[in-house]
Design a protein around this ligand. Structure first.
Ligand SMILES: Cc1cc2nc3c(=O)[nH]c(=O)nc-3n(C[C@H](O)[C@H](O)[C@H](O)COP(=O)(O)OP(=O)(O)OC[C@H]3O[C@@H](n4cnc5c(N)ncnc54)[C@H](O)[C@@H]3O)c2cc1C
Length: 473
């Protein structure tokens, strides 16, 4: 017998949130705390979206996107979630780079980067100071035409090594490139530089369980395995969603699903101005990722001098297209020591690369399997440099590709970080097109990543609350 995952759901809510990623959950929680009745619908059997984990035999738990986020997450979680969640956020102190241009360790904050840029890279202190100030002072209303490359050229002309130090981690953190607006770089880079890189102690499973408990305490009606098929609009006003064949009414709808599929698939272009549809169609998606997950046998430990995060590359210089290529030269390793989940005493490694969906999507089944096996093999060869004889220590190895991310989150092209910059304006303009319709989720580079998604969820929930307060219909 199939289970009814919508059993006892009401016929109408103040707000329906589609998708339980960090932005969707934060919006749902904030609105419930404000006294709104909220239904949260998630198509997967787990909450969290890309903030996810999976278990494998032998007691291994792999985190998919817990590699690092800025300190701002502590404040956002304390305010909009709970003190218990905020108190588990701890710093990763050993960030490493290893490439043909330089090998170094850093705490990845302004003081340490100033030291590195002046002492090691020989940049004049006042240039470094002015660069940090320029990056920090960027905001959404600034000049959006200057690219990140132009910003670097202004401060560090001809210094490919400096560009690599400053850019490579941010490309991993949000998929941005040298051609994207400098403010997308400046905001995210400065967020990290304020205090360094942070993680959630206890793992993603513990975080999401705490968020679920908090939502339930606040009265959010949380439903999994509930895929929304349609958002209904009548006369330019949102009125309901159809999920699992059932139509449920709502005063407002927040979609945490991919921006383009929300507009073009869940709603349909006929409900929007044609200019807006053209704009939405033109929004570029961000890149996707591959990952190789490696679990060491119980009792096999890795020396913590390997670092917490390691940006490793054999490429002679930094080029975005090289980072995306299937001929992988650059990998970011997350080393998870027993301190991540102290009760388990396990070491795991996750190697991530940025990747193009198109390079993986159309491979015939056998080629796809072979490409995954090749990626696992070449990754193990590279890890040997940092963890000698790794193969003899492993219990489990597994690979995910852009196709995997597409499958589990429904993101078009398996986008890891939502959309490029232009997606933010389209996301923000949705309620002007259809009253009561909102989007909260990774867009515009700035609003992606764990912190960006949580903060966007808060911003949108405030908009929704104000809309419902003033709504006379
Ligand atoms: C490999 C990888 C590594 C990353 N590493 C980091 C990192 O170290 N630090 C960091 O800050 N960020 C990282 N990120 C990015 C970060 O995880 C995401 O930006 C963030 O989690 C996205 O949250 P979101 O709220 O936008 O939505 P998502 O997580 O994309 O969630 C959207 C949710 O909507 C659901 N959904 C979609 N369609 C429907 C539907 N029709 N009905 C019901 N539900 C639906 C999906 O199932 C999903 O649960 C990484 C991402 C990837 C892929």
């Amino acid at each position: 017998m199939t289970r009814d995952f919508l059993k006892n759901a009401r016929d109408r809510y103040d707000v329906i949130v589609i998708g339980a990623g960090l932005a969707g959950m934060t919006a749902a929680n904030t609105l419930a705390r404000a006294g709104r009745s909220v239904l949260l619908l998630e198509q997967h059997f787990k909450l969290g979206g890309l903030a996810t984990w999976f278990r494998r035999p032998g007691g291994h738990i792999f985190d998919v996107s817990l590699h690092g986020f800025p300190a701002g997450m502590i404040k956002s979680c304390r305010r909009y979630w709970s003190r218990e969640i905020a108190d588990r956020i701890v710093q990763l102190k050993n960030i490493r780079f290893d490439n043909p241009m330089f090998s170094l360790s850093t705490t990845f904050d302004r003081d340490d980067f100033t030291r590195l840029l002046t002492d090691r890279f020989g940049i004049a202190p006042d240039v470094v100071g002015r660069f940090f100030d320029a990056a920090r002072d960027m905001n959404f209303y600034d000049d959006q035409a200057t690219t990140t490359r132009e910003l670097f050229d202004r401060f560090f002309p001809g210094r490919e090594d400096v560009v690599r130090l400053l850019m490579e981690p941010i490309t991993y953190a949000n998929g941005s490139t040298l051609e994207d607006p400098a403010l997308t770089y400046g905001i995210v880079f400065s967020n990290f530089m304020s205090k360094g890189v942070f993680t959630f102690q206890g793992g993603t499973d513990r975080l999401i369980a705490a968020m679920r408990d908090e939502m339930i305490r606040n009265g959010v009606d949380v439903r999994i395995r509930a895929e929304v098929e349609r958002i209904h609009v009548r006369g330019r006003r949102v009125e309901a969603v159809t999920v699992d064949g059932r139509t449920i009414g709502a005063g407002a709808v927040v979609s945490n699903a991919n921006l383009k599929s929300t507009i073009l698939n869940l709603i349909g272009s006929e409900h929007f101005d044609s200019d807006f549809v053209d704009e939405a169609r033109a929004v570029r998606l961000n890149n996707s990722s591959t990952q190789v997950y490696m679990a060491l046998r119980p009792g096999q430990l890795i020396d913590e001098s390997c670092g917490d995060l390691l940006f490793s590359s054999t490429a002679p210089a930094f080029r975005t297209e090289w980072l995306l290529s299937r001929d992988v030269t650059s990998r970011t390793y997350s080393f998870y020591y027993p301190k991540t989940r102290p009760e388990r005493n396990r070491c795991l490694i996750v190697a991530s690369t940025n990747a193009n969906y198109a390079d993986w999507a159309d491979l015939p089944r056998e080629d796809y399997a072979r490409a995954k096996a090749d990626l696992a093999r070449s990754t193990l060869e590279c890890v040997e440099k940092y963890v000698p004889e790794i193969r003899g220590k492993l219990d489990h190895v597994e690979v995910s590709t852009p196709v995997t991310f597409r499958r589990y989150t429904r993101h078009l092209d398996g986008a890891s970080f939502g959309t490029k910059f232009e997606g933010l304006a389209v996301s923000r303009a949705l309620p002007e097109q259809v009253a009561g319709l909102y989007h909260a989720g990774s867009v515009g580079i700035i609003m992606s990543g764990w912190l960006g998604a949580v903060n966007y969820g808060v911003i949108v929930s405030n908009d929704v609350d104000a809309f419902l307060m003033n709504d006379k219909s």
